[in-house]
Design a protein around this ligand. Structure first.
Ligand code: PMP
Length: 372
């Protein structure tokens, strides 16, 4: 029998997204935290998972208020800004949080806007929600020109604006004035939906790497109370060293949380995920010391690359975009042959390396010396 599947045109020639998962000694390609959980945290995770498993025959707490309260407490400590548990939402990675946001606010006939080079998943979220994807440019130094962004926003009337800060793959954080400029431009720039008042564009500030920002770099959390059309997303995948857990979250107005609650699948966060996330959050003191060490290692590695005559984009994250190479693929390949996996991503000529342990960073530098 010959049949043809009714594949949607949007997906017909698409391949699944994903960086190569190769088994090599030094993996510095997906911006993970290089340190596995310590013995104390492991014991607490095991106990928390066991307790959760005692009730595994039951569906989990659909609204996960205990976890949301813990996340609110953590955010208050990290950013100095207190929000209520009802202003927090979480899902399986900030990837899923972002999908919830676009399902609730974007969609057919609506536009999602970002500024490239930026996180390569954004166009996929737009595609998967059948939204129109528009991308504006960043400057040569990877910052956003607010005047030109304002014009694009006015012209395109986006339902959602996605801003990664620090940006992936460049490491660039938005300054407070850039963010305020875009938020102000977005107050009444949303889609025409027939409402009595002109809708805003929802401005999503993706702070997946915020904990690694340099001293003095602001968090968008500081502007949350002032701008109800802003959402801040975060994740436990990076600073918390829990990429395998799959726990991302957002802070926003209660109205935004109500809207995403409509589109979530019932019980989307497993009881085990909720319990393990809470155990990891309770261990934040040692994890935050680790983040401080990674920041120091990042600045040292950036300095070393510059000493070697390379360009390095100033980074507020746990990775560096460096270059430029006439044949970046050859450099990437030569590193891989020496057991070091980094990422071939970003504008032509640049490569991205995640910050690893001191040993991994040293191995990277040796391999790079040989590769060049
Ligand atoms: N946002 C940015 C900018 C990222 O780089 C990543 C991970 N690479 C994510 C979001 C998603 O992270 P997760 O789903 O693990 O929370």
């Amino acid at each position: 029998m010959v049949t043809r599947l009714p594949i949607r045109a949007e997906f017909a020639d698409e391949a699944p997204y994903g960086a190569p998962q190769l088994d090599v000694p030094v993996t510095l390609n997906v911006n993970e935290n290089p340190y596995p959980p310590d013995a104390e945290l492991l014991a607490d995770i095991a106990a928390a998972a066991r307790d959760a498993a005692l009730r595994l025959n039951r569906y989990p707490d659909r609204d996960f208020m205990a976890l949301r309260q813990d996340l609110a407490d953590y955010l208050a400590e990290e950013s100095g800004v207190r929000v209520s548990a009802a202003q927090i939402w979480a899902a399986n990675g900030s990837n899923e949080v972002m999908l919830h946001l676009l399902q609730a606010f974007a969609g057919p006939g609506r536009c999602v806007l970002s500024f490239a080079p930026t996180y390569s998943m954004y166009p996929e979220y737009a595609r998967d929600t059948f939204s129109r994807w528009v991308v504006g440019p960043r400057r040569e130094d990877f910052t956003i020109d607010v005047n030109s962004a304002r014009q694009t926003i006015t012209r395109e009337r986006p339902a959602v604006i996605l801003l990664a800060s620090p940006n992936n793959p460049t490491g660039t954080a938005l300054s407070r004035s850039e963010l305020e400029g875009i938020l102000d431009a977005a107050v009444a720039s949303g889609p025409d939906d027939g409402g009595s008042e002109q809708a805003s564009s929802l401005v999503v500030v993706d702070e997946a790497y915020a904990e690694f920002r340099r001293d003095g770099a602001p968090s968008a959390m500081e502007l949350l109370a002032q701008y109800p059309h802003m959402v801040v997303t975060r994740t436990m995948s990076k600073a918390f060293g829990a990429a395998g857990l799959r726990l991302g979250y957002l802070a926003a107005s209660q109205e935004v949380v109500d809207a995403v609650t409509v589109v979530r699948l019932p019980y989307h966060l497993s009881a085990v995920t909720q319990a393990v996330a809470r155990a990891a959050l309770a261990h934040r003191a040692p994890l935050r010391r680790q983040v401080a060490e990674i920041r120091v290692a990042r600045d040292a590695l950036a300095q070393e690359l510059r000493v070697r005559g390379l360009r390095v984009a100033p980074s507020d994250a746990n990775y560096l975009l460096f270059g430029t190479f006439p044949d970046r693929h050859a450099v990437w390949q030569a590193l891989l042959e020496r057991g070091v996996l980094i990422r071939e991503v970003g504008p032509e000529g640049w490569l991205r390396v995640s910050i690893g342990t001191p040993e991994e960073n040293a191995a990277f530098l040796v391999a790079l010396g040989e590769a060049m």
